[in-house]
Design a binder for this molecule. Structure first.
Ligand SMILES: [Zn+2]
Length: 293
């Protein structure tokens, strides 16, 4: 079964596997959990399995439906995503018009609504009728982070599948040349991990700077702080990562001065957000770090 290649959420894998294998697919599911932990990938595999025409071992990867799915060309599948910041009523109207047309190459028809919690109230209301009286072949998968943004009437009609963040050890299996700090900083989110990995060198340099900071004198600090001066675009991310690393250090050896440094970094973030002179803000931060060493 192809859920195996997805990371984490073993319990969800079991549940979805059972649904597919027992051929007991209901009309509407709500996949709930934090952003970046793989809900969309799970939903796509689930959809592909539901649509597969093979009786055993779904998805078979060989039938017309599976092949079409892989080529983004399965007429019985559609993914609806936000148009700008929200999913609008027109998008849902289109869904409700199309869903009544019978499936073409599969025995089912699957719609995924990604970030369904950004549907406008009107869009949600317009979806309600389909959820109340779905065509017998239709399956809807709503992916949400914040369930409380969904109308109760919608929530009550969906089978809820809850996703957990991914454990550090599981992420480690997926990525083995990553520091423990980075694995912890991504808080169980593959999405966040991937975005950190795009800037891996920057993250490693910050780690190095924070790690050696306490051995530096004022001049060393200045000489090693290029990472701060040269990354204006990413500075808030850098400062957040510094704070994260420093908090970890407090847990390890309870230094009070580290708290002062964290406060200085927080102040620096505010200065930068309010458009203070960039270099001066960094100068000032480094001066304060030296002062607290
Ligand atoms: Zn198939």
């Amino acid at each position: 079964m192809s859920f195996e290649k997805l990371i984490g959420n073993k319990k969800v894998k079991r549940i979805l596997n059972n649904i597919v294998e027992s051929n007991n697919v209901l009309h509407s599911y709500m996949f709930i959990g934090k952003t970046g932990i793989g809900k969309k990938e799970f939903a796509k595999e689930f959809a592909k399995s539901i649509l597969c025409n093979e009786e055993y071992k779904k998805p078979c990867e060989n039938c017309k439906s599976c092949i079409g799915f892989e080529e983004n060309n399965n007429p019985d599948f559609k993914m609806i995503e936000a148009d700008g910041k929200s999913i609008k009523i027109d998008q849902i109207r289109e869904l409700t018009e199309k869903i009544v047309e019978k499936p073409i190459i599969s025995s089912k028809k699957v719609y995924i609504i990604n970030d369904a919690d950004c549907m406008t109230k009107e869009a949600q209301n317009s979806l309600l009728k389909t959820l109340e009286e779905p065509p017998e072949y239709a399956v809807l998968i709503l992916i949400v982070e914040n369930e409380s943004k969904m109308l109760n009437t919608i929530r009550s009609r969906c089978i809820k599948i809850e996703f957990n963040i991914i454990e550090k050890e599981e992420l480690k299996l997926y990525m083995n040349n990553i520091s423990d700090n980075i694995l912890e900083a991504c808080e169980g989110s593959i999405g966040k991990l991937n975005s950190i990995l795009e800037k891996k060198e920057m993250y490693e340099e910050i780690e190095n700077f924070v790690e050696k900071m306490h051995t530096y004198n004022a001049l060393d600090i200045l000489n090693n702080a290029e990472i701060l001066y040269n990354n204006k675009e990413d500075i808030l991310e850098i400062l957040d990562y510094m704070i994260f690393l420093l908090y970890k250090r407090i847990l390890e050896n309870k230094s009070i001065r580290i708290i002062n440094i964290i406060e200085e970094i927080e102040k620096t973030k505010k200065r930068i957000i309010s458009n203070s002179n960039f270099d001066m803000s960094i100068d000032n931060l480094l001066f304060n770090i030296t002062d607290n060493m």
